[in-house]
Design a protein around this ligand. Structure first.
Ligand SMILES: NC(=O)c1ccc[n+]([C@@H]2O[C@H](COP(=O)([O-])OP(=O)(O)OC[C@H]3O[C@@H](n4cnc5c(N)ncnc54)[C@H](OP(=O)(O)O)[C@@H]3O)[C@@H](O)[C@H]2O)c1
Length: 316
């Protein structure tokens, strides 16, 4: 009897990075519970309850904050749910990532949200009826291990939206930025984007079926508003994201091999980062990313590997 690829709260207990077999004798829930216990290496939110185990297996950094993994209490777990197109959305606990995750759920995707704070991730997943992983994306080894585990558990997603991010300190002009502030912002906004693209995007490319949408910012442009100075780590991290997208698009033949990759500027939106006085709602800020994740795409006719704002291509 075939085991559905995902079972709520259960984790593929094979060696790190190994694919979950497509077909297994169906274990009982108790057996699956036992497998989770044997892992002994993870923090698990299990049907709404927190079960503490230690850290993800691939992390060799003992100082790393462990990942929390789990599903919302009501997350769908039927063969029908497992047949839905799959989306991973970072930053899905709030703000623009939450809006993307909400919309993809409404449009019939199975969604895994990934964010940092375990309680916020669990609450958002509960509301959205989706799965979650809570992991600090700036801790590269833990993040990579968490992504590897998520792919082993859920499969290779068709959609990867990277909507996490942090703003740099207000006075972070280049000559006033500390090493620690530079590293914090670069690790969160840029290094983690490489990690996600390398760990998950590589598998999407192999499957010749995937869309990667990355939240950049107009502040990262090398033309127009990107040139005003100030907020150096933030602007430069987003310029790096833009360069990564452009580079990857060339390396993957601009969508002709089934992998689309695009950057977006959501514009100033009312989120925790954008503040309450921003001119756009979070829904408006998320709209172009959702469109890019779901649009019809004909290679040679439609464009990818670009920087988008309001469904229009803008200069880098
Ligand atoms: N809002 C705007 O006006 C605006 C404008 C241009 C570009 N952007 C870009 O759009 C994206 C989304 O922004 P937003 O306004 O939605 O931000 P937000 O409301 O501040 O939300 C940030 C999200 O990123 C997650 N996150 C932050 N640091 C993390 C870490 N170290 N590990 C894992 N997750 C982490 C947060 O998780 P927790 O909840 O666990 O903290 C949260 O889900 C960002 O890339 C931002 O740079 C936003």
């Amino acid at each position: 009897m075939c085991l559905p690829p995902v079972r709520r709260g259960a984790i593929w207990a094979g060696p790190s990075g190994s694919p979950r077999p497509a077909c297994n004798p169906s274990p009982s829930l108790q057996e699956l519970d036992g497998a989770v216990e044997q892992l002994d290496e993870r923090n698990v939110h299990f049907q709404g309850k927190v079960r503490r185990v230690n850290s993800l297996p691939a992390s060799s950094d003992s100082s790393s904050t462990p990942a929390h993994v789990g599903a919302a209490k009501n997350a769908t777990d039927s063969p029908e749910a497992n047949a839905l197109p799959l989306a991973f959305v970072t930053g899905g606990s709030r703000g623009l990532g939450y809006e993307v995750a909400k919309s993809l759920r409404q449009k019939g995707h199975r969604v895994l949200i990934i964010s940092k704070d375990p309680e916020r991730a669990a609450a958002a997943a509960q509301t959205l009826d989706c799965d979650f992983r809570a992991v600090d994306v700036a801790e590269i080894e833990t993040f990579r291990a968490s992504l590897s585990e998520a792919v082993a558990t859920f499969g290779v997603p068709q959609v990867l939206v990277l909507a996490h991010g942090v703003m740099s300190e207000k006075m972070s002009k280049t000559l006033r930025t500390t090493d620690a502030e530079w590293r914090r912002v670069m690790a969160t906004n840029l290094d983690s984007v490489f990690t996600a693209v390398s760990e998950v995007g590589s598998k999407m490319a192999e499957a010749r079926n995937g869309r990667i949408v990355i939240f950049s910012a107009c502040l990262g442009r090398m033309s127009g508003p990107g040139n005003a100075g100030g907020l150096a780590p933030y602007r430069i991290s987003k310029a790096g994201v833009n360069a990564l997208v452009r580079n990857l698009a060339h390396e993957t033949a601009h969508g002709s091999r089934g992998l689309l990759v695009d950057a977006i500027c959501p514009n100033h939106s009312r989120t925790d980062m954008g503040g309450p006085d921003a001119p756009r709602s979070a829904e408006e800020g998320a709209e172009t990313a959702i469109w890019l994740a779901l649009r019809e795409f004909t290679p040679g006719v439609d464009q990818t590997g670009l920087f988008w704002e309001d469904r229009q291509v803008i200069p880098w």
